[in-house]
Design a protein around this ligand. Sequence first.
Ligand code: ASP
Length: 590
Amino acid sequence: MYRTVNNGELRKEHIGKNVLMCGWVQKSRDLGGMTFVDIRDRYGITQLVFNMDNNASLCESARQLGREDVIQIYGKVIARASVNKQILTGDIEVEVEKLTILNKSKTPPFTIEDSTDGGDELRMEYRYLDIRRNPIKNNILLRAKISSETRKYLDGAGFCEVETPYLIKSTPEGARDFIVPSRMNKNQFYALPQSPQTFKQLLMVGGIDKYYQIVKCFRDEDLRADRQPEFTQIDCEMAFVEQEDILNMFEGLIVHLLKTIKGIKLSKFPRITYEEAIKRYGTDKPDIRFDMEFVELTDLCKKNNFIVFDNAELVVGFNIKDGASFSRKEIDKLIDFSKTPQVGAKGLVYCKYNYDETIKSSVDKFFSKNDLTKWVTKCNSSPGDLILIMAGETKDVRKSLSMLRLHIAEKIGLRDPKVFAPLWVLDFPLLEWDEESQRYHAMHHPFTAPKPDDVKKLHSDPGLVKANAYDLVINGNEIGGGSIRIHNKNLQSQMFKHLGFTDKEAKEQFGFLMNAFEYGAPPHGGVAFGFDRLCAIMGGSESIRDFIAFPKNNSGRDIMLDAPSKINNEQLDELGLKKIDQNDSSRNTN
Ligand code: ASP
């Protein structure tokens, strides 16, 4: 037997007990007559004490221990002279009678402490050591808990977990596929699924009316910060449901997770249409932990010879409670931020409603006191508030102002990670015009159903057609999205036509689905949640990487494995792929 207790469980009531323990050496202190060693495992840290007077040679061995050596000890639990309130085992220590070194460790390349001296790349290269650290370990444990509670909730609601294949057919819609060459079918390729979308719809046709899967998805996209080429979804689908049924069922899931895991009781989630979200927050994933809603000032701002406003399609601003206390320097910084390429604003106008009720703006030259008073009234400002305003093309201005809104909220501490503000965003447009390819793309995916009343607009006004599509947003992050699906073959082929597929292409790519729709496909709909992001948000972080056991870096590489990597020419040959000069490029270490 290796151990009778773990390193996190001993308390006062265990004093006098003999124990067998295993763990890694966190640190040791040699005080001459006594040597103290902290040993650590997944469950915690326990202090071991080696007493020179009791056993000099044992004490000598303890002095030789290095950080991260794996040891086993036998000893007696005793009361600790100086209680350590920082750790749960701080009332006791274990007086060691026998020490076995199970394995020596090299000195780790970074400290295994809550705040480590290791940089991101080094920690990823030695991920197994990083996982020994509390912050990463706790995230992995949290993730396991969230997946277990998700299963509990969905199993309890009668969902059936089904695994769908990873080797599937490549499709042109959506992001780029990861491709897997087939050895047995030369010059033919599988693709890894971007999501199990079509399979879950086929399961509905198959009569599995409530499906879920916690599943890996793969998208070969250019990696933006904090995107992973492989990520996990909680993927769900239901048959014989309307949008309302789905929203209620999955609102229930999020409520359950926050209650069981964070002890937080959420009330009914607010709902907002896509159009409203864009108008009020400039984004379809608004952070509603704080106000600062957009106020459109276009009508109040025109015809004052201020050319920027006169030429603008939209003049829009928001009110910052008590923002009048921002110094000139702070406001200048906000102006600079607004003009950064990533935000893209041409400028920023401010209007301070001072505590003494005077109003001062950066455009006083053009606007009278009376004009500014109208702004203040429209923005519902109180003395002490600050209004920030941008102007320009509607779409661009909203986007820039939305970034400024988040930036300021962050700066003044309104984005509290302990607060959870979910909302549903509804009624997304079905299609979105793509300038580059000069055609419509499905905003969600090509299987999303148009709202029944809008079907007739598909021909005349495709851009105005709304879908029964919805997103779940928490704290400004899109956590989930889904839709009611098309279940009628004719409508589905009509949809493919609008997306620029010829009949032949549609048949080649999605013939299997359209065939299935001819055998009694039930009305159905579903949703998928980004599991990594959900874990990160629940863990109070914006970074998904720390919630994935073995993540890839920003260039999509696994630094620990050094993947992707070359394969040899025999393998390439077997796959029917072109041979390469193996000495050509050196190891890619981006
Ligand atoms: N498959 C969709 C996605 O990955 C989600 C859904 O519509 O259920 O975004």
